[in-house]
Write a protein that binds this ligand. Structure first.
Ligand SMILES: [Zn+2]
Length: 316
């Protein structure tokens, strides 16, 4: 699969728009067919947003000026993803911009249910978090982002959070943890309390976010493998280690995780639009897994790039 790193995003966007007249996604039927044939891979983590605040309200204090890039719609995402062989994407709630309002993402799912699934958010401090999770399942929300809450030390043990983990054990909507290495012990404790709950750790648990990939933190991440429903997103390369391509310093950590978890519990993701322009671009992200790492079989590479995410998020 060519990676077209010489083609700028603008060229890709212009080409995509010209090719199908109105949008890269086109009709749902065509998008679905392309997703499986020409573009077999799944990006397990990207955000989308629009500057049109009549369609998608921003959180108090946020303005269109805070959006960077200003616009990154479902069409703009797929114009970048499709040329890299990515036909399906898991859309992740952007807390800072949209809080708990998942409607812009579920709207994209409604228009293209074969292309997208959604990782949404519910407020665990409000009543009936479990019921909200079940209701959102019918809108393409097959996982939930959870993040440490300011001012709540035991954020993983509120009544609502307990209800969410219990509900997830039944619905199979994973708890997707956006955490730092310091949070890994409390995540491990939650996995212990809820052994049947599916869990996905975003971006290697952010090991390497300060530039240092510490053995002790990699060990903590690896220790989560003893909980059989925990999976790891090997993603967000722009933010970890050297924070620039070719991202080869991340390979030893990926190899350790592969040895401990297996390829069926790891999934690649871009975290677009943060890995989009300049040298930290989409081809540099998928290329590391698709073209560079040499310790996996073809079947395992397919798991990293497709099957794990498919089983985790495209189950409903
Ligand atoms: Zn993200």
């Amino acid at each position: 699969m060519p990676s077209d790193s010489s083609v700028s995003r603008r060229t890709v966007l212009a080409g995509g728009v010209a090719a199908v007249g109105t949008s890269v996604l086109g009709t749902e039927g065509a998008a679905g067919a392309a997703a499986f044939k020409d573009a077999p891979w799944i990006d397990a983590h990207s955000h989308i947003w629009t500057p049109d605040i009549s369609r998608s309200k921003l959180q108090p204090g946020m303005t269109v000026e805070d959006l960077a890039p200003k616009s990154f719609t479902a069409d703009e995402l797929m114009a970048v993803a499709r040329p890299a062989g990515v036909g399906r994407v898991v859309l992740i709630q952007h807390t800072l911009f949209h809080g708990y309002d998942t409607s812009y993402l579920t709207d994209a799912w409604r228009r293209h249910p074969s292309v997208f699934r959604v990782v949404g958010m519910v407020d665990d401090l409000r009543p009936n978090a479990g019921r909200a999770m079940r209701q959102l399942m019918a809108q393409g929300v097959t996982g939930f982002r959870i993040v440490p809450r300011m001012g709540i030390t035991d954020w993983l043990q509120t009544d609502g959070m307990t209800e969410m983990w219990q509900t997830a054990a039944e619905t199979r909507q994973p708890m997707c943890c956006l955490v730092n290495p310091a949070n890994l012990p409390e995540v491990a404790a939650a996995c212990q309390r809820h052994p049947d709950t599916p869990v996905v750790i975003d971006h290697f648990g952010r090991v390497g976010i300060d530039g240092q990939i510490r053995e002790a933190e990699v060990n903590q991440l690896c220790a989560l493998a003893q909980h059989r429903h925990v999976k790891i997103k090997i993603s967000a390369y722009y933010a970890l280690g050297e924070k620039k391509p070719p991202h080869h310093e991340l390979i030893p950590m990926i190899k350790r995780l592969y040895e401990v978890f297996g390829a069926d519990r790891l999934m690649w993701a871009s975290d677009c639009p943060y890995q989009l322009d300049g040298e930290n671009n989409y081809p540099a992200s998928i290329g590391l897994i698709r073209d560079v790492i040499d310790f996996v079989t073809d079947a395992e590479r397919r798991q990293l790039l497709r099957t794990t995410a498919e089983e985790t998020f495209f189950f409903a």
